[in-house]
Design a protein around this ligand. Structure first.
Ligand code: SF4
Length: 219
């Protein structure tokens, strides 16, 4: 009910990711070694969802553009009658470009200011991220950029740099960081949960750069 704005959506997780974020909530999927479901079973589940009012599907991960199954997954979901939203970290604009005509919506994480990506995610191809932002803005029918706000890392300076990067975007979503004991980096488990006050303050910093700022998952 929250993953596809305005629609009831089934969420399909594809394993594997080319980032190594210490705060990842889907760490079990990172290596891409989790056993998946056979296609017959996926189809039975998907068709059952369709019969039960679910008309949208979110393809997420991990990072779906790293999965060799992403095109087959998207094609099958389309065949079974779903509208599709793709979640991505934006690292593979070449794959994203081929997926864009097949999906209705895209949500891309813009996790940090460009300069802070390598330290927090292990990913340093900033040109790829910039290209994905451009492609999404120009070609996606519906899109949003998203930042999970961590109070210790996302202050006004960080948010201004993110704002400059996505400047002119239609919609940017801020969500609260919630610590968990099973995060890949134990120091991230000790970080504080983001307060509503901080989220609203960061939304105010971002507002001059984008058309719409939304706060999601406030506690
Ligand atoms: S990009 Fe997403 S799935 Fe990949 S490590 Fe970072 S938080 Fe986890």
């Amino acid at each position: 009910m929250v993953d596809y704005p305005g629609r009831l959506a089934a969420v399909f997780f594809l394993g594997g990711c080319n980032f190594r974020c210490g705060f990842c909530h889907n760490a079990s999927l990172l290596a891409g070694k989790e056993e998946g479901l056979p296609w017959k079973e996926v189809e039975a589940i998907a068709r059952r969802f369709r019969r039960n009012w679910v008309d949208a599907a979110v393809v997420t991960g991990g990072e779906p553009t790293c999965s060799r199954h992403v095109f087959h997954t998207v094609e099958k979901l389309r065949e079974w009658g779903f509208r599709i939203k793709l979640d991505t970290n934006g690292s593979r604009p070449d794959v994203l470009k081929r997926l864009l005509p097949l999906v209705e919506g895209v949500a891309m994480d813009v996790k940090f200011a460009p300069a802070n990506y390598p330290a927090h995610t292990g990913f340093s191809d900033l040109a790829a991220l910039t290209e994905s932002i451009r492609l999404i803005r120009e070609q996606a029918a519906v899109y949003e950029f998203r930042t999970t706000v961590v109070e210790a890392w996302h202050g006004p300076e960080e948010m201004r740099a993110i704002g400059e990067w996505v400047k002119g975007a239609r919609r940017h979503v801020l969500q609260a960081f919630v610590p968990r004991s099973d995060l890949p980096d134990p120091t991230c488990s000790a970080l504080a949960q983001t307060s509503g006050t901080h989220l609203h303050a960061m939304a105010d910093v971002l507002r001059p750069y984008v058309e719409q700022v939304e706060i999601r998952g406030e506690f």
